[in-house]
Write a protein that binds this ligand. Sequence first.
Ligand code: ADP
Ligand code: MG
Length: 436
Amino acid sequence: MPPWCTPAAAEDREQRHHAGPRDLTDEGRLPALAESTQELFRRSSRKDHAGTGDLQRRFEQAFGAPADQIVRSPGRVNMIGEHTDYNDGWALPAALDIGTDIAVRRRTHGLLRVRALRLDTNDERPLTDLRPGDGPEWTRYVRGCAALLRDTGHHLDGADLMIDSDLPLGAGLSSSASLELGILVALLATTGSDVKPTELARLGQRVENEIVGVDSGIMDQLAVASGVAGHLLLIDCRTLAVDPVPLPADVRILILDSAVPRSLAGSAYNRRRAECESALRVIQTAEPTVHALRDVTENLLALHQSRLTAVEFRRARHVIVENRRVLDGVVALRRGAVDEFGRLMNLSHISLRDDYQVSGPELDLLVGIATRAPGVLGARLTGAGFGGCAVALVTADHADDAAMAITAQYRRATGRPGSASICVPSNGAHVRSTVL
Ligand code: ADP
Ligand code: MG
């Protein structure tokens, strides 16, 4: 074990300041039902997080010298527009104020040395022999970013990195895109070069597709790279244009973790994609100008309904109407009708449950509890489905009470350690402080 790995490990374990209910289930234990507000939900404001001072201290302990820079990379949640990205449609995610912090120090030792606090583990590779596909899963994201930067002409001399985060891993808030974009920005900070958010997002997506082996779109990386504080991001998945849409300051995004693992998500996701493609092919035989389900109107779908199987029809209907809900939702937000936006979120959930069939009993229950809670304007499952998180929009003055009531009721009903985070939209991945 290299000497830089040893000093902080025991202390890291003691100081897992964001070990929430999610972390406990990851270790296979079911926590007792929460006694205190603290255990039921967390606010994501920076003062609740240990902050960069703590990360700097631990970086220095581990690597023997202070970090040069601290990078903040957000998680993301999709507010509406689910399963539309691979149909060339629209999505409306937000970059979140929970995410990944990365401390970085430029070195000339020719190595990539990384400590991952959440996993209490380390990695070290020579930059000339990164082997991005070889190591444990988390190292593939990190080595993969370095490898692609080198492949695309960026010269790296060496770097020490420490990764921390206050984001649940594997819960659908795109901790992977948050990690990728954070590492890319941190490594680029050691070279002094500037790369546009869309280009960074493409690199992040290549890491997922080519190195980790996940066949995902670019929406997550684009949201994490292009976030704007106080705004949702209208993403046109055909052109990759990003258009910030203001979210009123008196509402909060409530992220509700069902604590149901997304075990079926991979295979079901591939099946849904195939069903969309077969629906598209049928329509295309009669309508050659149609390139994707995005180009199909509700009238056109009705015209071809008899040639589609019942399943193809429902999948296509979800995608087509969901696209309309996204665009209607943006119009509603731009004229300040946030309650109308909430209603569209509710309809999105029903469509995902009945037409796209990617919900499940726990997510339906959680969304049902949320929509009945005081101050909640709308709620739906978010992400691919089959477990993971739901998202709700709630008035700021009701956010704490709603988070507590929903989580407590969900826990009582399911025995699962559900938890909630109260968030606001934040900026995309950026250097947040330069240590002088
Ligand atoms: P999601 O992106 O929905 O959170 P994924 O399965 O795509 O779920 O990505 C989760 C994986 O990303 C983790 O299992 C881990 O390999 C990696 N990861 C994300 N955040 C971190 C972190 N802070 N430290 C180490 N690895 C991380
Ligand atoms: Mg991911």
